[in-house]
Design a protein around this ligand. Sequence first.
Ligand code: FAD
Length: 391
Amino acid sequence: MDFSLNDEQRMILDTVRQFVTRELMPLERKVVEAEIENRAFPDPETLRGLRSRAKDLGLWGLTEPKEYGGADLGSLTAALVTIETSRALVPFQYGGHVPNLLYSCTPAQRSRYLLPLLAEERRVAFAMSEPNIGTDAGAMQTTAVWSGTHWVINGQKTWISRGHKADFAIVLAVTDKALRARGGITAFLVDREMGFESRPLVMMAQSDMGDAQPAELNFKDTVVPAENVLGEVGNGLKAAMATIGHSRIQASARAIGAAQRLLEMAVEYAKVRISFGKPLADYQAIQWMLADSAVELRSALWLTLHAGWKVDQGLETRFEESMAKLTGAQTAWRVADRVLQIHGAMGYSKELPIERVMRQLRVYRIYEGADELQKINIAKGLINGSGSLTF
Ligand SMILES: Cc1cc2nc3c(=O)[nH]c(=O)nc-3n(C[C@H](O)[C@H](O)[C@H](O)COP(=O)(O)OP(=O)(O)OC[C@H]3O[C@@H](n4cnc5c(N)ncnc54)[C@H](O)[C@@H]3O)c2cc1C
């Protein structure tokens, strides 16, 4: 078992570190000031500039195929890049990311949806969750009925990231009520002009949302042509679930990177904050919080990298992806809480980024599959044998 990075990975991470220290970390103070003034930062123009400079360094479309101009890093290297990038406490993600599901498009769909998305000329939202269903996606209520010449969609989606800004949405809808999750849910490419309305929703980490701010989408007799089915009729949910797992690895990586940076802040603070005549770092109660955080973060890191490695080997990864996402999300939240505790009132205030990052980290325990869903997947893996410990 060899845990060392290859030359290419080292080179990529050096580039990422340069970008993070030169471009992102100097903005951290501005993010704190914006938070105090109750406005979002980076603003769209700053974000565009950052993305474009990152693109010049090859940091764009991290996991997208080379033939589409992506970096095609693979899941493990992309996770390393994401961890390093998330250490900057600045809301930022590299450009050129496309929902994997879109690669199942037809040639005509490619030029209308996939290519403009990669060129950042259009924006997409992925619409699965609804007001009455979330985790239990197979029970969705939005329907698409074939009229003989086109599909007609009716229903409501909610919590849809970028839902208010998207030019089109990948919408999952029931096309066969008897089959549902077993071949009765289809994915559609729905342009805003085909007729859906959106309402932005205000979230806990609002200032971090940027363009990704979730929205409610309403479909009322929305007419969608036959050629806008994405993939096969009836295969939408299955295809979505097959691709969603990989993004869980990157979600875990984002949480781990930010929590690692918070831990480093706590170590520095503990060394200089004097209480009862000694630095906090001299007290065992504080040391244990630091030690627990380091061990838990390192465990989450290895689970995440291992899951990424398995994806890159083309192995079955549902079990590992769930373990990585669950541990990354829960650990980051616990670490943030301890870091805030070590900083006392300073941690609770907006003078430092801790409370903001903590609010941002909370979402990882809910989206991309909540903690409980990950545990359901893990338990299933144990029961059906796919999660057996083998070497
Ligand atoms: C910021 C943000 C962005 C999002 N972006 C998108 C998006 O782009 N597209 C999209 O489709 N959705 C999106 N979502 C929705 C997200 O996928 C759902 O929130 C998630 O799937 C959980 O569904 P729910 O919130 O309806 O919770 P529910 O399914 O109602 O569950 C409520 C709670 O009960 C638990 N629970 C549910 N079932 C079980 C069970 N069987 N056993 C034990 N516990 C259970 C859940 O884990 C959760 O803790 C987003 C959510 C957020 C917060």
